[in-house]
Structure formats: structure tokens, C-alpha cells
Design a protein around this ligand. Structure first.
Ligand SMILES: [Zn+2]
Ligand SMILES: [Zn+2]
Length: 367
């Protein structure tokens, strides 16, 4: 789909008169669905900006929150977002600036921040962008308010030559790069990647870039095919994944594994597939109360490590921006569907029940 990526000044602040007016938003009220509603355009205060959303990616965590009702409604979800500033009360930011937004921003000075654990910072865990109601991201609406603490560290200027839509991948790519760095292996190491959806593909690209040999599995054959074609992944069949990894590594097993799927069985498969002293990174078990039965004997007696990786890292923002701005990572190839906000039901359905060729689903609230 070809889009106009120029800033057409006539569209700034569209629908925004003296009073803020109304906008369309996909509002979560009860588990399982979103309601398309007309709600007020958010008011902004000193130090804040209002952004007209160009594109918002639908993330697996959004789907989980909607499906399982993990948080009380009403809320407007959507956090992988980019757009154009429609109002500014913040120094250094003007109407018409093209920006990508981070909905979580670490304070930079607390116990966790000092140890590089941004995503455990208490301030990080409080969502700093909202389209109204309890702050929850707000990208699935036509306008989003960026609170002052997010303006300070969470608004990223997008160069004119970069399509705004590409920058919705900044946050997920950051989480993927953090996960890949958690592997902490050596170039040439064999990395097992379980789950080859859009997140798995980003992990594969980044892992190849760090020099790992990536061996990937996904139950959907088309996803395995895409990972081979797009990310130079060596695909394996699923009947006996640990045996397949041993066959590729002189009988040792993979040096490390990343479970980029919440399927509980994947964790045990990953543990059984890594060699002694190997590491398994849990990437997709994002429900705090999630439980799984795992082979603890193999961890203890094999000197193996089981580690988590959650959300993004402020320290990786510059690197991730370069990867996307310089098109080193072809994120636009990951977009399989685009929907206007009026089709939010369909967008959720496609994301929730991916067809073999479904990758990233993008909502474009102002189209
Ligand atoms: Zn996300
Ligand atoms: Zn902090």
C-alpha cells in the first residue's frame, strides 16, 4: 500500500477547534472486545503534547489484556504508535513534528534504573500516554495525550524520509534486542528460536546480526517458510526439537534458546534443547501470574540458566532508532494488514486468529 508520508499542513489539528471536539477510539469495556466510540479529544497540560496518531501496531500483550480482561475498563489500549504533533505545550516540540512515542519511560535515577533494569522502575510501569480513561497507551484512538514525563524521554523525532508506520516497530524491536542481548552468547553460537511470528522474525534478524546461527520452529509451516526466506533462519520440524538441535551441534544441544511464544510446552522444549551450561530466555510469558511446569533437574544438574526478558530498555533506544531509520531492519515487510479504526473488530480478529500469512496488524486511526 502506498501512502502519503508528507506532512500535509492542512491535516494538522484536523477537527481541533477552540474546543477540543470529539474523536473516534476503540474502547475496552469488558473482556473479549473493543467498542468503537466517540470520546473527547484529550486535553493537555503544561509540558505535554497531543499527537494525531498515524499508525498503531496491535501487540500480543494488547490481545491478552483484552481477551482475559487483565485490567478493569474502560481503557484505550495500543502502544506501538507514531503520529504528528497536533498541539504542544512542551518546549522543543511544535505542531507538525513527526514523532514516535514510548508509552513507558523510566525515571533514570532509582534503584532499578541505576542497575540498568529500566522495565522494573516503578515510574516505567506507570503508563505515560493516554487517549482518555485510565492511561493504557491510547494508540487505538485518533489522538493521544503524551504526559510530561514521557515527553522528556519518550518522544522520538522521526526523520522526514522515514515512514511513520515503520516507527511503530521501535518499541517491539527494542524489546527484541533486549531479549537477544540477554542470550549473552558468542558469535557462531547456535540459538534456538521458538515462535516465528512478527516478534520471532525481529528476534531472528537481530540475532543473525549478532552472529548467531538461528534455528527456528513454529507450528505454522508458512511462518517457518517466511523465517527462512526473510531472516535466514534454519527451519526444523516439530516432532523432536531437542533431537534436531543435538543433531546440529555434535550432540550437545543449542547454546541458547529464546521462547518467543507463551505456549507453556515451549519452555520445557527449550530447556531440553539447550546444552549443559546453556541459557533459556523467556520472552513471551507476560502475565504476572503465569505458571508452567519445567524440568528443574535439567536446569540444576546441567548448570543451565533460565532468565526472563521483559519490555524495552532505555539504553537501547538510539541503537534501535538507527536500525529502523537507516532501514537496516526491513520492518515494513512485517506488515500484513492495515485497518481504519472503524474496522477495529476485524483488526482484532485477524491479530487474534492469525492466518498462515498474517504478520503484523496495523490500525490507522485517521485514514
Ligand atoms: Zn507491545
Ligand atoms: Zn527508575
Amino acid at each position: 500500500m502506498q501512502r502519503d508520508v508528507n506532512n500535509s499542513p492542512s491535516r494538522f489539528g484536523e477537527g481541533l477547534g477552540e474546543r477540543s471536539g470529539a474523536m473516534m477510539a476503540a474502547v475496552y469495556r469488558m473482556p473479549g472486545r473493543l467498542e468503537l466510540e466517540e470520546i473527547p479529544v484529550p486535553e493537555i497540560g503544561p509540558g505535554e503534547i497531543l499527537v494525531r496518531i498515524d499508525a498503531c501496531g496491535i501487540c500480543g500483550t494488547d490481545l491478552k489484556k483484552i481477551e482475559y480482561g487483565l485490567q478493569p475498563g474502560p481503557r484505550v489500549y495500543g502502544h506501538e504508535m507514531a503520529g504528528v504533533i497536533a498541539r504542544s505545550e512542551a518546549e522543543g516540540w511544535a505542531v507538525g513534528d513527526r514523532v514516535a512515542l514510548l508509552h513507558h519511560v523510566a525515571c533514570g535515577g532509582c534503584f532499578y534504573c541505576e542497575r540498568g533494569l529500566d522495565s522494573q522502575c516503578l515510574e516505567y510501569r506507570q503508563t505515560a500516554t493516554t487517549a482518555g480513561f485510565e492511561p493504557a497507551g491510547g494508540g487505538l484512538a485518533q489522538y493521544v495525550r503524551v504526559m510530561d514525563r514521557a515527553v522528556r524521554r519518550g518522544v522520538l523525532r522521526v526523520p522526514d524520509h522515514v515512514p511513520l508506520e515503520n516507527t511503530v516497530f521501535l518499541e517491539p524491536l527494542n524489546t527484541c534486542l533486549k531479549g537477544v542481548r540477554r542470550v549473552a552468547g558468542r558469535p557462531g553460537d547456535t540459538l534456538l528460536l521458538l515462535g516465528l511470528g512478527p516478534i520471532g522474525l525481529m528476534i531472528a534478524w537481530l540475532a543473525r546480526r549478532e552472529g548467531y546461527q538461528v534455528v527456528g520452529y513454529d507450528p505454522i509451516p508458512e511462518r517457518r517458510g517466511a523465517a527462512v526466506a526473510m531472516a535466514d533462519v534454519q527451519s526444523i520440524e516439530g516432532d523432536d526439537i531437542p533431537a534436531a538441535l543435538r543433531a546440529l551441534t555434535d550432540g550437545r544441544g543449542a547454546d541458547a534458546a529464546i521462547a518467543a511464544t507463551p505456549a507453556p510446552a515451549a519452555i520445557d522444549t527449550a530447556i531440553a534443547s539447550v546444552r549443559r551450561g546453556g541459557r533459556v530466555v523467556l520472552f513471551a510469558n507476560t502475565r504476572a501470574d503465569e505458571k508452567a511446569s519445567v524440568g528443574v533437574g535439567a536446569i540444576c544438574t546441567g548448570d543451565r540458566e533460565l532468565v526472563g526478558s521483559y519490555s524495552a530498555s532505555m539504553g537501547l533506544i538510539d541503537e534501535v532508532c538507527q536500525l529502523i531509520f537507516n532501514q537496516e531492519i526491513p520492518v515494513s515487510e512485517l506488515v500484513s494488514h492495515r485497518f481504519p479504526i472503524q474496522s477495529i473488530d476485524r483488526a482484532l480478529e485477524v491479530a487474534r486468529r492469525p492466518a498462515p500469512e498474517t504478520l503484523k496488524v496495523i490500525v490507522r486511526p485517521n485514514d
